[in-house]
Design a protein around this ligand. Structure first.
Ligand code: COA
Length: 163
């Protein structure tokens, strides 16, 4: 059993630390993570083992937006709509020492159950390079490729239609 639960505000410090380990100087600031959490806190999940957060997923509800590059969504408060019928996966991360054990898939699976419970229409994500198979296994379909998503890498816009 993978120990997963809803994210609580007290987890944000440890989420920030993990994000710094994974993203280095590109990591979001603690304030930015706090602000994102406030947008859709009940849809966030963490995997916690021995009191350590080893994985997390961040989401935001939205109604509609177009995405070509990361700059289009950098300010998540702009695309956020708490009453929106769709869910966007902002970030999914697992500690480098705990990868390839299904934690990320389990985090996304819990997001899918959450979205279904909320009767949301679809879940959208931009998969980083090489990560489309992870989402495809969970039922997501490729919408389009985003060649300029980040200055150094491409992305693949993917969607899971729920209703
Ligand atoms: C992407 C990430 C969250 C995957 O975490 P994980 O717990 O290792 O993923 P899972 O164990 O659930 O893997 C699910 C499937 O995706 C595949 N996969 C996972 N990471 C992959 C990678 N980096 N490249 C290619 N395939 C990958 C696995 O092979 C697995 O398939 P399998 O079941 O056939 O073995 C983790 O590598 C990470 O934190 N990366 C840095 C942050 C990042 O890029 N986030 C994604 C933003 S879209």
């Amino acid at each position: 059993m993978i120990p997963i639960r809803n994210t609580e505000r007290k987890d944000l410090r440890r989420i920030h630390t993990l994000e710094q380990i994974i993203e280095g100087e590109n990591a979001a600031s603690r304030d930015a993570i706090e602000a994102r959490f406030d947008l859709c806190s009940d849809g966030w999940f963490v995997v916690e083992m021995n009191r350590k957060i080893v994985g997390y997923v961040e989401v935001v509800r939205y109604e509609d937006f177009t995405i070509n590059t990361f700059e289009d969504i950098r300010d998540f408060s702009r695309i956020s709509d708490p009453a929106g019928e769709n869910l966007y996966i902002i970030f999914l991360a697992v500690h480098p020492n705990r990868r390839k054990r299904g934690y990320a898939s389990w985090l996304v699976q819990n997001v899918i159950w959450y979205a279904k419970k909320q009767k949301l229409r679809k879940i959208r994500v931009v998969a980083g390079q090489g990560l489309s198979p992870l989402y495809e296994k969970l039922g997501f379909e490729v919408i389009r490729h985003l060649p300029n998503f980040l200055p150094i890498s491409t992305g693949t816009e993917m969607e899971l239609q729920l209703y």
